[in-house]
Design a protein around this ligand. Structure first.
Ligand code: AP5
Ligand code: ZN
Length: 217
């Protein structure tokens, strides 16, 4: 099973992915999480991308596809399929992904687009808290951790992303509409696009995702 989760910043991709992963036994490859891990570890890659991410701009296509290629080929969890979260984000990335999947003889089955208007996203993003090691996300109001400021599973401290401020967020939305939203037409033409109402509470969104994955297309 091969799935792409797409949608604007704050739409709920990172919230849904761990549940999908657990239920369907797939690997979860989130390019944003990989880049943030590189920044946290202070690697050359991290140093290179830090300011780009903080500004809400996109990292280069070649660099991103390289990261995906490396993980897809080496992560044993990817054996039964994958969830891409936040990738591809441009048409060139999608074209390179097609080539990569053909080479690896892997199939792409569903491109799930989380549909939601920009207005609500600023609230979701500015209230978000993240557990760095796992990528688990919380919201101070909509999805509070059991103990304030602590991860439910490990009890480790939660942090706020440097690009989760109003200015960077507005730029991320602009970049999404200009560079990423055109992928909907790209995948619609291939018969792979599935639209989900991302306004709903997280459990209802997950129910709709399962309906898509369980249906015959
Ligand atoms: P990335 O990490 O992918 O960020 P993003 O796309 O901006 O998406 P978010 O992580 O902000 O949103 P999400 O949909 O995961 O929301 P979440 O579930 O956490 O990318 C970051 C940066 O890395 C990019 O800007 C770029 O610089 C670079 N990058 C990454 N991939 C790249 C690529 N392919 N090419 C080039 N550059 C790349 O939810 C948000 C909040 O809402 C949380 O607090 C959550 O608890 C809450 N919430 C979730 N669902 C609900 C719900 N149903 N109801 C109420 N609240 C909810
Ligand atoms: Zn995310």
């Amino acid at each position: 099973l091969g799935i792409i989760l797409m949608g604007p910043p704050g739409a709920g991709k990172g919230t849904q992915a761990p549940q999908i992963k657990a239920k369907y036994g797939l690997c979860h490859l989130a390019t944003g999480d990989m880049l943030r891990a590189a920044i946290a570890a202070g690697t050359p890659l991290g140093k290179k991308v830090k300011s780009v991410i903080s500004a809400g701009e996109l990292v280069s296509d070649d660099l991103i596809v390289g990261l995906i290629q490396e993980r897809l080929g080496s992560d044993p969890e990817c054996e039964h399929g994958f969830i891409f979260d936040g990738f591809p984000r441009t048409i060139p990335q999608a074209v390179m992904l097609d080539e990569l999947l053909a080479k690896e003889e892997k199939s792409l089955d569903h491109v799930i687009s989380f549909e939601i208007d920009d207005g609500i996203l600023l609230d979701r993003i500015t209230g978000r808290l993240i557990h760095r090691a796992s990528g688990r996300s919380y919201h101070v109001v909509h999805r509070p951790p059991k103990v304030p400021g602590k991860d439910d599973v490990t009890g480790e401290p939660l942090y706020k992303r440097p690009d989760d401020n109003e200015e960077a967020c507005k730029n991320r939305l602009k970049v999404y509409h200009s560079q990423t939203a055109p992928l909907k037409e790209f995948y619609s033409k291939k018969g792979l696009l599935r639209l989900i109402n991302a306004y709903q509470e997280a459990d209802s969104v997950f129910a709709d995702v399962q309906a898509v994955l369980n249906a015959q297309h």
